[in-house]
Design a protein around this ligand. Structure first.
Ligand code: LLP
Length: 474
């Protein structure tokens, strides 16, 4: 008998065998190395998940190195194959920013997109060279901008306030003698201009950024004025344009439209004497969270963007710019899973059965924030029939703390290990300490080896930043 498991893994007799759609990690529910071992337990990166939980505790974020590296390579290779000019893939580290993840992306030749001083600090500490770091954000502080200027990364200028602050900071530096050669472009602050393209796409309202009503980027109506201003600033070395239209996008047309529009911007800039050599099309490729999700593969996403840029540049008689993109989710989401231990349950006759795990909205705030859907398997019962429909609840004091509604699972009992798939992006990076839950540990797995990349927080960690004024001490 053959039945379909929530992983798309097919149950054929005694084993669930992963059924691949492709090798593009963003199209797979489980990491590429997932298999079911002889005990019918789930293995990732050659490591038995139940053993990892015994060793590193629960809940546990697990990152499969091979899947992450494979996604990095697929992006890199697709640009090499389809783009005749120079290209650079940046990892949007907001998806999961920590030393080990930045180090892996860096070792695959990717640059890093950072969105705060803290992400910048982490990327630098991981050994990423500043010339491969791009700093985003709609309200970077003066201190963050100064930090970025001092380390020499590229700043993606988002608005007028920021442009004026950058000019002011550069002038201050100059007057302190730090910029004797302001005309030397290597000493000028390297910037891209972030523009709002006014391109709509179908994704959750909170993660759409390219439509006109967005807090990010210069309004298209300001284009002439921005180019005119920037071209007159000796302190700024404006090398290109940037846009990002949103996240978890399955449609193919919006990025084609964006690519064509961005070449028009380069042409317009030229009329102000600005030679732009970089075009950054942002990120946004969607991933598979549940079986019915059908995103394009990494190659299918990259290819049309390259084609459109090349055609448009040929039509405008422009040299090919260095083409950049900055995926986050599609690089890392499906390389990650979260393992939880099942505890209590509550049966409400004719209504619902709740099965609770030892984490919840503090380690994965996406369901309560965006109504995101996830799928799960029971790692120690991979070939048991899926007889139950249950709601997976977290352990927080909040009724909305539900990770999965209507999960199809085998019969579970306390101590079973539940593995939620596709949690590599925007889980750890958005985690909190709500209810003072210590944040989970994370391990990277490869070839049967597991290494800690984030220590589990302790109760001491939770009060480390607390201050108890003398007069409140008992
Ligand atoms: N570049 C910029 C400027 C961005 O704002 C983002 C994501 C990316 C690149 C990467 O986009 P991706 O390839 O991951 O789609 N917390 C939300 C997602 C917010 C995305 C924010 N910006 C979530 O959990 O779905």
């Amino acid at each position: 008998m053959v039945s379909t498991h929530p992983t798309g893994v097919q149950h054929t007799g005694s084993q669930y065998l992963p059924q691949r759609r492709s090798n593009s990690p963003n199209q797979e529910l489980l990491p590429l190395t997932a298999r079911v071992n002889g005990h019918d337990f789930l293995e990732i990166g050659g490591c038995d998940i139940t053993t990892l939980v015994q060793q590193f505790g629960s809940p546990l974020y697990i990152l499969d190195e091979e899947t992450l590296r494979s996604a990095c390579q697929q992006y890199r290779d697709a640009f090499k194959q389809y783009y005749q000019g120079e290209s650079q893939v940046l990892y949007a580290s907001k998806a999961w920013n920590c030393l080990a993840v930045c180090a892996i992306a860096n070792s695959e030749g990717l640059g890093i997109d950072v969105a705060s001083g803290g992400e910048l600090y982490t990327a630098l500490a991981a050994g990423v060279s500043p010339d491969k770091i791009y700093f985003h954000g709609n309200n970077k502080s003066r201190a963050e901008l100064l930090y970025a200027i001092e380390v020499g990364c590229t700043i993606v200028a988002d608005n007028w306030y920021e442009l004026h602050t950058l000019v002011q900071l550069a002038e201050e530096q100059e007057s302190r003698g730090a910029r004797e050669q302001a005309e030397n472009s290597s000493l000028r602050t390297r910037i891209l201009l972030r523009l709002t393209p006014g391109i709509d796409c179908h994704t959750h309202e909170y993660i759409r950024t390219g439509h006109l009503d967005s807090k990010f980027g210069f309004d298209p109506g300001d284009l002439d004025e921005v180019f005119a201003f920037v071209s007159q600033q000796p302190a700024l070395n404006c090398v290109g344009v940037h846009a990002h239209i949103g996240s978890q996008i399955f449609e193919r047309q919006p990025h084609r439209d964006l690519a064509a529009l961005m070449v028009q911007w380069v042409t317009k800039a030229a009329s102000y004497g600005l030679t732009l050599t970089e075009v950054d099309v942002g990120g946004g490729l969607g991933i598979t969270y549940i079986q019915s999700d059908d995103p394009p593969s990494i190659e299918e996403w990259v290819k049309p963007i390259c084609e459109v840029i090349q055609e448009a540049c040929a039509a405008e008689n422009l040299p090919l710019p260095k083409l950049l993109c900055e995926p986050g989710r599609s690089l890392i989401a499906n390389a990650g899973v979260t393992a939880y231990t099942i505890g209590s349950s509550k049966v409400i006759p004719d209504i619902r059965t709740y099965v609770a795990v030892d984490g919840g909205l503090s380690d994965n705030p996406r369901p309560i924030t965006y109504e995101s859907v996830y799928r799960a398997v029971v790692a120690n019962k991979m070939s048991s029939p899926l007889t139950e429909t249950v709601t997976i609840a977290g352990k927080h004091c909040e009724s909305g703390d539900v990770l999965i509604k209507n999960a199809q699972l085998p019969k579970t009992e306390p101590g079973d290990i539940l593995v939620v798939m596709g949690t590599g992006a925007y889980n750890y990076s958005m985690a909190s300490n709500y209810n003072r839950l210590p944040r989970p540990a994370a391990v990277v797995v490869t070839n049967g080896e597991a290494n800690l990349i984030l220590q589990r927080e302790t109760y001491q960690d939770l009060i480390r930043q607390d201050c108890l004024p003398e007069r409140l001490k008992s």
